[in-house]
Design a protein around this ligand. Structure first.
Ligand code: ATP
Ligand code: MG
Length: 276
């Protein structure tokens, strides 16, 4: 196997024509990888993605070849997948207002150029899910919102329309499925690639706590930050530090590591109904 790319969280190896995508226990906030790993995070993300890819297969083709045919040293946190030509768009669907979406709304009443009604607050449910794509920024830079026209310019009108349609369909299925376990999917980020036949294929990870905001439905209350089964806890911890959000990131104290791990595991258990 040859190391092809080492991302913030995952390492990609080639194995013949296939890719082996290995999820590490690394965690990044504000696009900076922190020096302290979160135990089991890589396996949680891998196993949850595999669970979802299966349940989305009637909506969109996915890149997974096998979750088990991987080198023993990576077992449980790696997938064998098809190597795709990735599209240069982070496909985000939002059903609720949070994060960067909230920031843009507060400034100008839109998200990714999509106008929203007045009077929404942090955590508000949107009238309907919206497609709010961003760029895929190179290492060290932050993603930026793209309007739908920007997506058309980047990938062409047909592909842009298909990306929007697939992103909203995956979000809607994901949100409906998670709702049965009392979880709100506030937003989620998808990545698509193109296969050798020109087909659009869902890649990367899907509906995980790293790519989505998951909120417990019984604690949801618009107008304040929401309790979240994801990195939000780490972001809030980091806001109390004297850190300017550039590398190197701060060491995470043991209690914060344990609480973060517990949130990832709880997301997995609640969504899949399986014990970790
Ligand atoms: P970067 O790669 O810019 O650091 P990142 O931190 O999001 O971004 P990771 O998520 O750690 O990167 O690594 C996953 C990488 O693998 C992403 O660049 C993603 O686009 C790419 N990828 C995922 N699935 C496939 C696939 N089937 N074929 C090719 N590339 C893929
Ligand atoms: Mg990524």
């Amino acid at each position: 196997m040859k190391l092809l790319h080492s991302g913030k969280v995952r390492d990609l190896y080639t194995d013949g024509d296939d890719l082996i995508m290995v999820a590490s226990d690394r965690v990044s906030i504000y696009d900076v990888v922190l020096p302290t790993p979160i135990p089991d995070k890589g396996s949680v993300l891998t196993r949850l993605s595999l669970w979802w890819f299966d349940r989305l297969a009637d909506i969109v083709a996915h890149h997974v070849i096998s979750g088990t045919d991987v080198p023993a040293e990576f077992a449980g946190r790696a997938v064998r997948c098809r190597r795709l030509e990735m599209l240069p768009v982070e496909c985000i669907a939002r059903g609720y207002l949070a994060g960067l979406g909230l920031e843009e709304y507060r400034k100008q009443g839109t998200v990714s150029g999509v106008p929203l009604p007045d009077g929404l607050v942090e955590g508000s449910k949107l009238p309907e899910p919206i497609f709010t794509p961003t760029t895929k920024a190179p290492v060290g830079e932050h993603d930026e919102f793209m309007t739908f026209d920007d997506v058309v310019a980047a990938v062409g009108a047909d592909t842009a329309a298909r990306l929007r349609e697939l992103t909203l369909a995956v979000y809607t299925r994901g949100a409906e499925t998670a709702a049965t376990s009392g979880i709100i999917v506030a937003d989620t980020k998808l990545e698509f690639g193109v296969d050798v036949d020109g087909g659009i294929v869902l890649a990367d990870e899907v509906l995980t706590p790293d790519s989505s905001r998951f909120w417990p439905a019984d604690a949801w209350e618009p107008g304040r930050p929401q309790f979240a089964f994801d990195k939000q806890f780490l972001r809030e911890w980091s806001q109390g530090l004297d850190w300017d959000r550039t590398p190197p990131g701060p060491e995470i104290p043991a209690a914060v590591v344990a609480a973060t791990r517990a949130r990832y595991v709880e997301a997995y258990e609640r969504i899949t109904g399986r014990d970790w």
